[in-house]
Design a binder for this molecule. Sequence first.
Ligand SMILES: Cc1ncc(C[n+]2csc(CCOP(=O)(O)OP(=O)(O)O)c2C)c(N)n1
Length: 449
Amino acid sequence: MSLFRNRGVSICKEHTQKPRSKLSQRQGSDRIQFPGAINSKFTTKLAFSRAGEDDAMPTYRVLDQDGAIVDPNAETLAISDEEALRLYKDMVTVSVMDLIMFDAQRQGRVSFYMVSAGEEGIAVGSASALSPNDPVFTQYREQGIFQYRGFTMDDFMAQLFATTKDPGKGRNMPVHYGSSKLHLHTISSPLATQIPQAAGGAYAVKLQNQANPTAEQRVVACYFGDGAASEGDFHAGLNIAATRSCPIIFICRNNGYAISTPTLEQYRGDGIASRGVGYGIDTIRVDGNDILAVREATARARELALSDGGKPVLLEAMSYRVSHHSTSDDSFAYRAKAEVEDWKRRDNPIARMRKWMEGKGIWDGEKEKSLRSEARKGVLEAYRKAEKERHPTLRNLMEDVYEEMTEEQVEQMAKLKDVVQRYPGEYDVEQFEGGLESLAPDWPGRENT
Ligand SMILES: Cc1ncc(C[n+]2csc(CCOP(=O)(O)OP(=O)(O)O)c2C)c(N)n1
């Protein structure tokens, strides 16, 4: 809001004055000039356009499954050994954290978890091609972006265990991370809501870019799954970004499933990429198991998003959801174990990058062993520390809705206190900062929460 207020009337005027249509059908023209389709040739052939397998959009890749460069003559983005090692380390760290936290949920230590197995390359590779200042909106399976941006293992654990160090004050389910410092918007559960929010964010960024042409020009990145692309918000978000020319990269992780719904039942067109073209958005399909391809495509997408005063770009990264959807899911109820095993064996972004690095002579078995043991140690240290921390105060259930708590909220808090006091065996309130006393209206610790 403040952005609009600061920018004043001129911006509002600029965007409320609609361009006048100058289109008219010229005599003898070979194409129509209707306002709704301005470059369509006339034809006497009565034929319906049909999406066929033959026209499927190609998939961009740099590395093959054996980690070899496919086209040695192609102009590819330079990547230093140091940066390559960083990408690899981040993918491995996330996958180690995923394994440990999946088990932690099974042991009842956290209530919920979602792993990103098979999709680490999409998150880490794309994050590495963005500016650290680009605002990012994620869905929930993009922990690699948080890792690359500098979200620490302590930050992950504070959210997962809902400790007093969680900036979300323990109000969200596990895996709903967020960091204003790192420009990572907090994840929210309702699918696809981040898409129109990101389009709006990109419009704000466009105005900021225009207002400060000498400052760093930013784009927004917005991530979502193939299932989320079935929500109305997907269409609204892409269309508004296209018509308002917003600098945004939409990154779809097409992993073949929306929980138990396979893509075959989700849509009949050519993936999600074909829809981008329909909205007039520059679009590319990428091999999500190839981190170098994802990185390059995102870097190019970023350039495009900043060109012509700003425009949206859609990147569809193809992958396979190796894991169950979440800890609440058993995917073998709807897909064959053999299918999953086959994917695990055949290809994944970590194995592919490892082969490439071994080929270059910058990686070997010893380094792999030590990286994995370091990553495990780092995760477990943060895990054990967070497990001992207290949860944020129970008052957080009521606070921050209004500037001051309403009379009704004060009353509800008193009722809650009464229930807990009457059933002391049912509630371990001492795990929460301030214990039961935090529910007293005049609790002295309230100023610090
Ligand atoms: C509006 C809404 N509808 C349904 C759900 C339940 N839900 C959570 S995740 C999910 C599947 C999403 O699939 P996809 O977008 O492909 O992402 P993936 O889990 O495969 O990474 C569904 C249906 C939800 N969270 N929000």
